[in-house]
Design a protein around this ligand. Structure first.
Ligand code: GSH
Length: 205
């Protein structure tokens, strides 16, 4: 059985959602970031990067949302959440890499500036840029990468599960998702799915 390590309201929401969406046989184990449990020995043995999510499988641990999403999709082929073609899978990987390496990192500058800067002033400057940077990311997705109704078109894929984080990031940064009508419609479509509702409730969202 798969075991997901997650923190409520964290980016683990994306992997959690796909596990639920494909009907995976899994358990979810909460790690409290607030109490620092992700930095303690037991969890460091699971993920030395001291981040969530992490997914325990029969073969070992997988970290990083894009890798977990791909693994869950590939091991549940009947769910149809992995694009059928090599090109489609590459498009999904490119989109998920953008969320992971650009948009999530842009959001992290709001509360995690200490990773990059030592002075209060520098951290304040980075945090002040977060709404503008997230708006740029959202606009890029809106204009170029949301085919509709799902990210890659008619098929719900790993990208759509990852997209559950975008409304969260925008809201926490004080950016109104309604500035981006396609993103708002995508959020509504995601929220109407039973799997999304189950996972949001599990995260107290
Ligand atoms: N690239 C990683 C990022 C994971 C990540 O940064 N997780 C955050 C929660 S959203 C975390 O564990 N933060 C703990 C910390 O910064 O101490 C992924 O996509 O899985």
């Amino acid at each position: 059985m798969l075991k997901l390590y997650f923190a409520k309201g964290s980016s683990a929401l994306a992997s959690h959602l796909l596990l639920e969406e494909v009907g995976a046989d899994y358990t979810a184990h909460e790690i409290s970031i607030q109490s620092g449990a992700h930095k303690e020995g037991a969890y460091r043995a699971i993920n030395p990067k001291m981040r969530v999510p992490a997914l325990e499988t029969a073969e070992g641990i997988i970290t990083e949302n894009p890798a977990i999403l791909n693994y869950v999709a590939a091991t549940h082929p009947a769910s149809g959440v992995l694009p059928d073609t090599s090109f489609g899978r590459a498009q999904a990987d490119a989109f998920n890499a953008y969320l992971c390496a650009t948009m999530h990192v842009a959001f992290a500058h709001k509360l995690r500036g200490a990773r990059w800067a030592d002075t209060e002033q520098a951290r304040e400057d980075m945090a002040a840029k977060v709404p503008a940077n997230l708006r740029d990311c959202a606009q890029l997705i809106e204009a170029h990468y949301l085919k509709g109704p799902w990210i890659l078109g008619d098929q719900y894929t790993t990208c759509d599960a990852y997209m559950i984080l975008v409304p969260q990031w925008l809201s926490k940064a004080g950016v109104d998702i309604n500035e981006f009508p396609k993103l708002a419609a995508h959020r509504d479509a995601l929220m109407s799915r039973p799997a999304t509702q189950t996972v949001m409730a599990a995260h107290d969202l």
